[in-house]
Ligand binder design. Structure first.
Ligand code: UDP
Ligand code: MG
Length: 329
């Protein structure tokens, strides 16, 4: 019998956990040829999420949880779940029931047909603000144009089933600045998208805001393509050619037509343009240096504070602090 681990990152989700478990379980019970277990990852919640998780872990044998030492972000929380998952496949789901559990049987079926990465594709982005949608469009456009090694999947999020071999590949990638969506694509293997409708949150509020999304998009770009650096080189070249052309123009105007060309406005324009492009390219270089800065520290991606009902599967020398985990029961 196949064993499937459901990974659920939770940050301040006390209101939904009690709704989530019975709702998902209702659909899982219909699938008789698979064994399921749950790993809830408490990502340093400030509310009663951990107490709720302790409660359901006590009550149900198949439920386990990890509690991280602080809020590390969803990307790190998912990685924690992946490191501890012992199933033949894992399914990653949000705790807020925005990912429809009735799709699970379909996902398992596709997995059995031989796909390693069965990913949910949102059929509409309704309910999202215009700004968010536009920014998403720009992001996908840039990524599509500039990442050569692979193609970023459009409207595909973290709702997915991953085969063991994808999981094992993901465990090898210990980078700190995680852009999981890109990592999923990077590992390759056989991918299959299935459509699903994002539901409104069951309860509670989203933790994403404009800056969080902007940061994620920047992280996505700087960790998967160096195209912006190349673009700056190109821009530098163009500006230099432009300067030469303009110089020739000024010379001709002065020597042949005796027109000295007004100094102040042209100077200002050129100065501001150059200043702007220089700041922009410095900023872009800075983004990459920032990435190097974080990666060179080689800090663990997350630290586990409390653990129940799950065992570490992936042993790594990069995560020594986790050996201090308390094993309850
Ligand atoms: N989440 C997390 N750590 C964070 C932020 C969010 O583990 O720092 C979890 C959250 O509990 C939820 C999932 O990530 O299960 C998606 O978050 P949310 O619903 O707030 O985002 P949205 O669905 O609006 O993109
Ligand atoms: Mg959500």
């Amino acid at each position: 019998m196949d064993k499937i681990t459901i990974i659920v990152p939770c940050y301040n989700e006390e209101e939904v956990i009690d709704l989530f478990y019975p709702e998902v379980q209702k659909h899982l019970q219909k699938i008789s040829d698979c064994e399921f277990n749950y790993i809830f990852v408490n990502d340093g919640s400030r509310d009663g999420t951990l107490e709720k998780l302790r409660g359901i872990a006590e009550k149900y044998e198949e439920v386990g949880y990890l509690s991280l030492s602080r809020n590390f972000g969803k990307e790190a929380a998912m990685m924690a779940g992946i490191d501890y998952a012992d199933g033949d496949a894992v399914i990653i789901m949000d705790a807020d029931l925005q990912h429809p559990p009735e799709k699970i049987s379909e996902m398992i079926q596709l997995w059995r047909e031989g796909y390693d990465d069965v990913c949910g594709k949102r059929i509409d982005r309704a309910g999202e603000t215009f700004v968010k949608r536009t920014l998403a469009n720009i992001f996908y456009m840039v990524m599509k144009k500039f990442s050569t090694s692979y193609e970023m999947q459009r409207d595909v999020g973290d709702f997915r089933l991953l085969d063991k071999r994808c999981i094992e590949a993901l465990r090898l990638m210990r980078e700190n600045q995680r852009f999981t969506k890109g990592l999923f694509t990077w590992v390759g293997f056989r991918k299959k998208e299935f459509p699903f409708e994002v539901r409104p949150r069951a309860a509670g509020t989203t933790t994403w805001n404009f800056f969080a999304l902007f940061n994620l998009a920047m992280k996505g770009m700087t960790s998967f393509t160096t195209a912006p650096l190349r673009m700056m080189t190109f821009l530098g070249l163009m500006v230099s050619f432009g300067a030469i052309a303009y110089m020739i123009f000024v010379l001709i105007m002065a020597l042949i037509y005796g027109d000295p060309v007004a100094g102040y406005p042209t100077l200002m324009t050129v100065l501001l343009f150059l200043g702007g492009t220089q700041l922009l390219s410095l900023g872009i270089i800075g983004e990459y240096i920032g990435q190097i800065f974080y990666e060179s520290k080689r800090r663990p991606i997350y630290l586990v504070d409390e653990i129940n009902g799950v065992r570490m599967v992936y042993e790594s020398v990069l995560r020594p602090a986790e050996r201090n985990t308390k094993f309850r029961n």
